[in-house]
Design a protein around this ligand. Structure first.
Ligand SMILES: NC(=O)c1ccc[n+]([C@@H]2O[C@H](COP(=O)([O-])OP(=O)(O)OC[C@H]3O[C@@H](n4cnc5c(N)ncnc54)[C@H](OP(=O)(O)O)[C@@H]3O)[C@@H](O)[C@H]2O)c1
Length: 272
């Protein structure tokens, strides 16, 4: 079921980096029409820019958005959640509606505490949603139906891929999916640095590194083969790739990347 087919209206509370990425991505994909989206942000200038850029209804009144929408997406920072949800009027406005929070580390138990009569989903998307290449993990609260979960999954599928996960795994998903793009951006920058050091132009190096990473990722997805098998396929015995891989192993690259996810997940668990 697509969101358009469901004929539901989406309310977005908090329109910073992620809120706007989701608005932009959903409109770009045709998942919803501009008239189906109503968004609010604490900053009047952010709300006004969003209306001007996307033709959606916006304002600074969270309660008006909560009352008008069928499905609410909470896209404020974890520490701003209490200011948004901690009042009776909001609890009443969102009762019997589907409420999806993308705040890192905010557990379903806490969301349900604020909104005992709402169906809740805790989601972790990422900024590639902006270009329709996002990934999102979604965990459902008690009482959230299969139909509501399908709607939540469809919302994020409009801007990439989405998958249901157990809430026990959400801090891991936060590290891998939510923070992951930052780690890959650093890798692209570092690979380009190496090429620049050897004389390649910076713009050429960044463009080539980025396309190479995209191609490699797509090969993993499209072939379904294990990344190690794909690596072996390009590693000629005694060749240059084998030499480069030795340098990566000297630098403990696998353990650095795996520990990056572990540490990020540990900190994500404390954010809520
Ligand atoms: N950025 C990512 O890559 C990413 C990825 C996955 C999930 N997330 C999650 O997404 C959420 C939003 O992150 P973000 O990076 O988009 O943050 P952000 O850019 O700071 O956006 C949050 C927006 O909400 C506004 N806001 C603050 N208090 C508000 C209130 N009471 N009512 C309405 N609007 C309010 C903020 O205004 P002010 O600037 O004035 O505070 C800001 O414009 C976070 O919980 C984060 O954990 C982020």
């Amino acid at each position: 079921m697509t969101l358009l087919e469901a004929k539901q209206s989406l309310g977005i509370i908090g329109c910073g980096t992620m809120g706007e990425a989701i608005v932009r991505g959903i409109l770009r994909s045709g998942g919803l029409a501009p008239t189906q989206i109503f968004a609010s942000d604490a900053r009047a200038e952010v709300a006004a820019a969003l209306a001007a850029n996307h033709g959606i209804r916006t304002g600074t009144d969270n309660l008006a958005v909560a009352m008008a929408c069928d499905v609410a997406l909470l896209a404020v920072k974890p520490h701003q959640m209490a200011a948004v949800l901690g009042n009776d009027a909001m609890r009443v406005a969102l009762a019997h509606k589907l409420v999806i929070s993308i705040a890192a580390g905010v557990r379903l138990e806490k969301l349900c505490g604020y909104l005992p009569k709402s169906a809740t989903i805790r989601a972790m998307p990422n900024t590639p949603a902006l270009i329709g290449e996002g990934m999102a993990g979604l965990a459902r609260g008690k009482g959230t139906s299969d139909e509501q979960m399908a709607l939540g999954l469809a919302l994020f599928a409009a801007v990439g891929k989405s998958q249901e996960v157990d809430e026990a795994h959400m801090d891991i998903v936060t590290a891998l999916v939510g923070s992951g793009p930052a780690f890959v951006f650093v890798m692209i920058d570092a690979l380009a640095d190496g090429a620049v050091r050897l004389g390649l132009r910076r713009d050429t190096a960044v463009a080539m590194a980025a396309q190479m990473v995209q191609g490699a990722a797509r090969m993993v997805v499209q072939t379904g083969r294990h990344p190690a098998a794909l690596k072996d396929q390009v590693t000629t015995p005694g060749g240059c790739t084998a030499a480069g891989l030795s340098v990566m192993e000297d630098g403990k690259i696998r353990s650095v990347l795996a520990r990056t996810i572990e540490e990020t997940a540990r900190v994500a668990g404390k954010l809520g």
